[in-house]
Design a protein around this ligand. Structure first.
Ligand code: BGP
Length: 467
C-alpha cells in the first residue's frame, strides 16, 4: 500500500513580504522588500508617498489570515510555513526594545493556526531585512549584523517558545550569490570577496541561532533552507560531469557548512584560487562546529544543466541562476523546466550527503489561471505538476530517505518573488487581484484545492505515478 509516514507534515508555505501587505502598519519599518517593488531582480526605488508597490497590500493576509487559515484547515493542512518580517519586530533592526504591536500580530497568527491543529513552521528571515541595516551598516557585510540578528531571533524564540517548535534560519541562503541585496543586503556589483564575507557572517548567525533555539526551546527543531538548484551535465563528457559537480557544490556548500559544521576543502580551494580571504575567527569556527542544524529543508521547482561549451553558456545568461535548460524537458510559462524525477534525485542526494531528516518546504507551479464565471478554476496543469512531484517524494521515501513533510509553495495565490507579479499563481486558492492591483481580494477554491484535500486525507494514497 502506498502510504507516506505517519505524522508526515502536509501543508503549504508562504512568506510575510509576499502575502501580508500592511507594509507600514503597526509600527513596521521599511524592509528591503518594500524598496524592490518589481521583485528581487527589478532594482531599488526610493520609497516616497507617491510610489507604491503591489506588495503594499499583497493579498492582505495581515488582516485576512483567519479566513485563509480556515481554508487551509479545510484542505487538512497539518503544517503552515510562514515567515516573520524582521522589520515588524525591530523596525530599524537596531532598536533596544522590540515593537510590541508586531510581536502581538504573530501571537494572534500562531494562535489561529494552533486552534485549527496546524503546526506553524517559521522562517526567521525570508528575503527581507530592515532597510536601515542596509543603508546604515552595509548589510551583512558588517559583522555587527550577527548580533542584531541573534537579538531578533532570541526575542521571537522567547516570545513564541510555547507555540512554535519548528524553525528555519535563512530562506534559500545560497541565493545571495545571485541576488546579493535581497540575500545579504549588499548592492548589485559587490565583489565576490564582499559577498562571501557577508555570507560567512550569515552562516555564523545561522549557527548561533541554532544554539539559542535549542537553549530557549528545548523541544524545538531548527533547520536550514537551501534553494535546491539541481544541475545535470548537459552531455556525458567528463568535463561536463565535472562542471555539474562543481556547480552543484556552489550551492551544496551552504548545506555542508550548516550541517557538517565547517567549510569543505573544495571551497577553501575556490577561495584560494580566487584570492578571497575571509575574516573567520576561532569563535566563528567554534559556532559553526557546535551548532549544526537538526534537519535540512529546501525548495525545488526545476532542474537545469551545466556545460563547458562557452556558446551554450552565453545563451543561457539572463535566466534566473543562469541555468541551462534541459533540451529533453518541458518548461512552465515562466520558462522553468519541469522535472518531477529531479525531486527524487535531489532527495536522495541530500540524504546520502547529510543523513539528516529532509523537509520539502517549497515546490509548485507558477501559472496563469482563469477564473470562470462560476468562480471556479480548472487548474489541471497544477494538479499534474504537484501529483508528479509528490509521487517522486513517495519514491524517495521508498528509497529510504527520511522526509519529514511537504509544504507546497503559495497554497494561496501571492506576489511572485522574482517578478512581483500576482498573475503568476501557485495557489489552491484563487485571490481576486491582478498585477495592477485591481480586484476585490475575494478568495475562491480552485480544482486543485479539492485534489490536495484528498491527497492529504488519504496520506498520499490518491497519488498516481504520472499524470
Ligand atoms: C523561491 C522563494 C519564494 C518564492 C518561490 C517562487 O525562490 O523562496 O519566496 O517566491 O521561489 O518564485 P517566484 O515567486 O519568483 O515565482
Amino acid at each position: 500500500m502506498k502510504r507516506f509516514p505517519d505524522n508526515f507534515y502536509w501543508g503549504g508555505a508562504i512568506a510575510a513580504n509576499q502575502v501580508e501587505g500592511a507594509w507600514n502598519q503597526d509600527g513596521k519599518g521599511l524592509s528591503t522588500s518594500d524598496v524592490q517593488p518589481k521583485g528581487i531582480f527589478g532594482g531599488v526605488i526610493a520609497r516616497k508617498e507617491n510610489v507604491s508597490s503591489i506588495k503594499d497590500v499583497a493579498i492582505d493576509f495581515y488582516h485576512r489570515y483567519p479566513e485563509d487559515i480556515k481554508l487551509f484547515a479545510e484542505m487538512g493542512f497539518t503544517c503552515l510555513r510562514v515567515s516573520i518580517a524582521w522589520a515588524r519586530i525591530f523596525p530599524d533592526g537596531d532598536e533596544q526594545t522590540p515593537n510590541e504591536a508586531g510581536l502581538a500580530h504573530y501571537d494572534r497568527l500562531f494562535d489561529e493556526l494552533l486552534s485549527h491543529g496546524i503546526t506553524p513552521m517559521v522562517t526567521l528571515s525570508h528575503y527581507e531585512m530592515p532597510w536601515n541595516l542596509v543603508t546604515r551598516y552595509h548589510g551583512w557585510g558588517n559583522r555587527l549584523l550577527i548580533d542584531l540578528f541573534v537579538k531578533y531571533a532570541e526575542t521571537v524564540f522567547e516570545r513564541y517558545k510555547d507555540k512554535v517548535k519548528l524553525w528555519l534560519t535563512f530562506n534559500e541562503i545560497n541565493m545571495s550569490l545571485h541576488a546579493p541585496l535581497t540575500g545579504v543586503g549588499l548592492p548589485e556589483g559587490s565583489s565576490q570577496s564582499e559577498i562571501y564575507q557577508a555570507i560567512h557572517h550569515q552562516l555564523v548567525a545561522s549557527a548561533v541561532v541554532v544554539g539559542k533555539c535549542h537553549e530557549i526551546i528545548s523541544d524545538a527543531k531548527i533547520g536550514n533552507m537551501l534553494l535546491g538548484g539541481l544541475l545535470y551535465p548537459l552531455t556525458c563528457s567528463p568535463d561536463d560531469v565535472l562542471k555539474a559537480m562543481e556547480e552543484n557544490r556552489g550551492w551544496l556548500f551552504f548545506g555542508d557548512v550548516q550541517s557538517r559544521g565547517c567549510y569543505p576543502g573544495y571551497m577553501l580551494r575556490f577561495f584560494r584560487e580566487n584570492m578571497i580571504e575571509l575574516d573567520i575567527t576561532e569563535q566563528d569556527r567554534e559556532h559553526l562546529k557546535t551548532n549544526t542544524v537538526d534537519f535540512i529543508s529546501f525548495s525545488y521547482y526545476n532542474s537545469g544543466c551545466a556545460s563547458t561549451d562557452d556558446e551554450i553558456i552565453e545563451k543561457s545568461r539572463g535566466n534566473i541562476l543562469s541555468m541551462i535548460s534541459n533540451p529533453l524537458l518541458p518548461c512552465s510559462e515562466w520558462g522553468w523546466t519541469i522535472d518531477a524525477t529531479g525531486m527524487r534525485i535531489l532527495l536522495n542526494i541530500l540524504w546520502d550527503r547529510y543523513q539528516k531528516p529532509l523537509f520539502i518546504v517549497e515546490n509548485g507551479l507558477g501559472a496563469k489561471d482563469t477564473l470562470k464565471d462560476d468562480f471556479t478554476v480548472d487548474d489541471d496543469y497544477r494538479i499534474a505538476y504537484l501529483n508528479n512531484h509528490l509521487y517522486q517524494v513517495y519514491e524517495a521515501i521508498e528509497d529510504g530517505v527520511d522526509v519529514m513533510g511537504y509544504t507546497s509553495w503559495g497554497p494561496i495565490d501571492l506576489v511572485s518573488n522574482s517578478t512581483a507579479e500576482l498573475g503568476k499563481r501557485y495557489g489552491f486558492i484563487y485571490v481576486n487581484r491582478d498585477d495592477k492591483g485591481h480586484g476585490d481580494l475575494a478568495r475562491y477554491r480552485k480544482a486543485s484545492f479539492y485534489w490536495y484535500r484528498d491527497v492529504i486525507r488519504s496520506n498520499g494514497e490518491t497519488l498516481v505515478p504520472k499524470m
